[in-house]
Design a protein around this ligand. Structure first.
Ligand SMILES: [Zn+2]
Length: 230
């Protein structure tokens, strides 16, 4: 894969260039911005590190009264220069710099992938992969994660191979997997490392969904058959 998903030694998060003219104490934002917003900014940067600004809009909107945001969007000139979600992100970046919060971003460490054993930079993993594996879990390189999460599966899998896969995955997870397992945000979050290794390995030999439907009709039928023929 020649996209950002194929890289190990390049950052997947170029810092957004801060447009000129964003005041970190902008009077329009300060009408609704509270110490809780600064605290939220601090926690978000601590949690998400380099890609924190991806998480700005949703969370800020969640902790801000709707009418305050509506008034701000209608009055602040920065909302005329950019789409307001972008204006909000630029403001948050300016505010974080102003408060010195970029110091919370750890120096980028070089790690060794537990699957391929190659070195990779911990900020080389694109956000969608981190969202699936868990943001605190930088143990696998982007190409290895992409191979587990983005492969479309084996279109030539046999019925036995599918049943074995489903049994193994059910055991590894402790519950029967939904058909979309491995593609959704948070799917591998909060697992110990050994469990993640097993699940990532299994996902590499998953059957194609289309093949499961050809042979079993539905995913649920395949799960039931795999359970009864164990
Ligand atoms: Zn790897």
């Amino acid at each position: 894969m020649s996209s950002i998903y194929g890289r190990r030694m390049a950052s997947a998060y170029p810092k957004p260039a801060l447009p000129a003219g964003i005041d970190p104490n902008g009077p329009y934002v300060m009408q609704w911005w509270t110490p809780a917003h600064d605290q939220w900014l601090r926690e978000t940067i601590e949690k998400y590190q380099s890609p924190w600004f991806w998480h700005v809009s949703d969370a800020l909107i969640a902790i801000t009264p709707e009418n305050a945001l509506a008034n701000w969007r209608a009055s602040d000139p920065i909302c005329k220069r950019w789409a307001w979600q972008n204006a909000l992100m630029y403001f948050a970046v300016a505010r974080a710099e102003h408060l010195g919060l970029s110091a919370l971003i750890r120096p980028v460490a070089t790690k060794k992938c537990l699957i391929c054993e190659q070195s990779f930079l911990e900020n080389s993993i694109p956000e969608p992969l981190l969202a699936t594996v868990g943001f605190g879990e930088i143990e696998f390189c982007s190409p290895c994660l992409a191979e587990s999460f983005f492969n479309r599966g084996n279109f030539g899998a046999t019925a036995d191979e599918i049943k074995t896969y489903l049994r193994d995955l059910t055991v590894a997870l402790g519950y029967p997997p939904p058909s979309a397992f491995g593609t959704r945000r948070g799917d591998l979050e909060n697992m110990p490392t050994w469990q993640r290794l097993v699940v990532l390995d299994l996902l590499r030999r998953k059957p194609a969904l289309q093949r499961v439907r050809e042979l079993f009709g539905t995913w649920k039928n395949a799960l039931l058959e795999s359970a009864s023929s164990g």
